[in-house]
Design a protein around this ligand. Structure first.
Ligand code: CP
Length: 315
């Protein structure tokens, strides 16, 4: 594997999830693979889970890891081709990415969307510049439109905890005060559409995701109906795709509560984290027996390790 940016970079998602679960049982089985190899993690935005879990995964494989919070610690980056750099930017991504590729064997990049220009965000301009110029394999640590390491960890969690062969999985929109990217729901949807699950997306009117990511899902505006008999509920806020990046008024009653869990198959509740308590998800859910959010975050290590193992094997 030379590139991990979406579900389309994976030949068999079920065997990758199974591999992640095998690594969970035997974390150091491939410690020799990463000997004298270096992973570079480049963050243009904040992170707790992605940063620490990917570092841990690399260390389990025997790799060295270098982290650069380029938004805070690097030179101000120019992304526009042909720019006359007489303003605040100091270094062009063409040189910055190419130089990083001299120091490391694999690069991970996190780059959020601006949520102002849909065309620019959905063309993945920033992420693709790193891919084009760094000269080494690239793993997405969340891009403008997708978060594939999170989605693989989510598939691993569902595979591990399911009690029915083909569980019902519901992605439900949740309230938030700020416009958030569509990357996590887009990505979760495209992975679930390929997984062996019954997949439903529930959201208020106006929060339709880009149809490219949801082909095969059942989509409804009725949250109660969607949650009926659910085995897994994936809670996530996202801003509107049209009008792009906007928070629409109302919909506070979409926050999941214990009352809403009553019609489910004792559903396990997932969230990628970070989560705003009592806005996106209630205390009673997060502190209750149905929440698996911390377990899910723990599985980020094994998802990242499975992907890095494939990348090391292809070097
Ligand atoms: N879920 C997730 O990606 O968390 P971080 O933003 O903390 O990495």
């Amino acid at each position: 594997m030379k590139l991990f940016t979406s579900v389309h970079d994976v030949t068999d998602i079920n065997s990758l999830a199974a591999e992640a679960l095998a690594l969970k049982q035997n974390p150091y089985a491939y410690k020799h693979l990463g000997e004298n190899k270096t992973l570079g993690l480049v963050f243009l935005n904040p992170s707790l889970r992605t940063r620490m879990s990917t570092q841990k995964a690399a260390m389990n494989l025997g790799m060295n890891v270098m982290v650069l919070n380029i938004d805070k610690e690097g030179w101000a980056l120019e992304l526009r081709d042909g720019a006359i750099m007489n303003g605040t930017t100091v270094e062009h991504v063409r040189e910055a990415a190419a130089v990083m590729g001299q120091y490391v064997d694999i690069i991970g990049v996190r780059s959020f969307p601006g949520l102002k220009d849909r065309e620019e965000d959905y063309s993945e301009t920033i992420f693709n510049k790193f891919v084009d110029f760094c000269g080494v394999p690239v793993v997405s640590l969340e891009s403008a439109t997708r978060h594939p390491l999170q989605s693989l960890a989510d598939l691993v969690t569902i595979t591990e905890l399911k009690t029915r062969r083909r569980p019902k999985v519901v992605l439900t929109w949740a309230p938030h005060i700020k416009p958030l990217p569509q990357a996590v729901p887009n990505s979760f949807a495209e992975w679930m559409c390929k997984a062996d699950v019954e997949f439903t997306i529930a959201h208020p009117e106006g929060y339709e995701l880009n149809a490219d990511f949801t082909n095969g899902a059942t989509i409804t505006h009725n949250q109660d109906e969607a949650l009926a008999d659910a085995d897994f509920i994936y809670v996530k806020n996202w801003s509107a795709y049209e009008p792009y990046g906007k928070v629409l008024p109302g919909n506070e009653d979409w926050m999941l509560t214990n009352e809403k869990l009553k019609g489910t198959n004792d559903a396990k509740v997932m969230h990628c984290l970070p989560v705003r308590r009592n806005l996106e998800l209630s205390d009673e859910i997060l502190d209750g027996p149905n929440s698996v959010v911390v377990h899910e975050a723990g599985n980020r290590v094994w998802a990242a390790q499975a992907v890095l193992k494939h990348m090391l094997e292809a070097l």
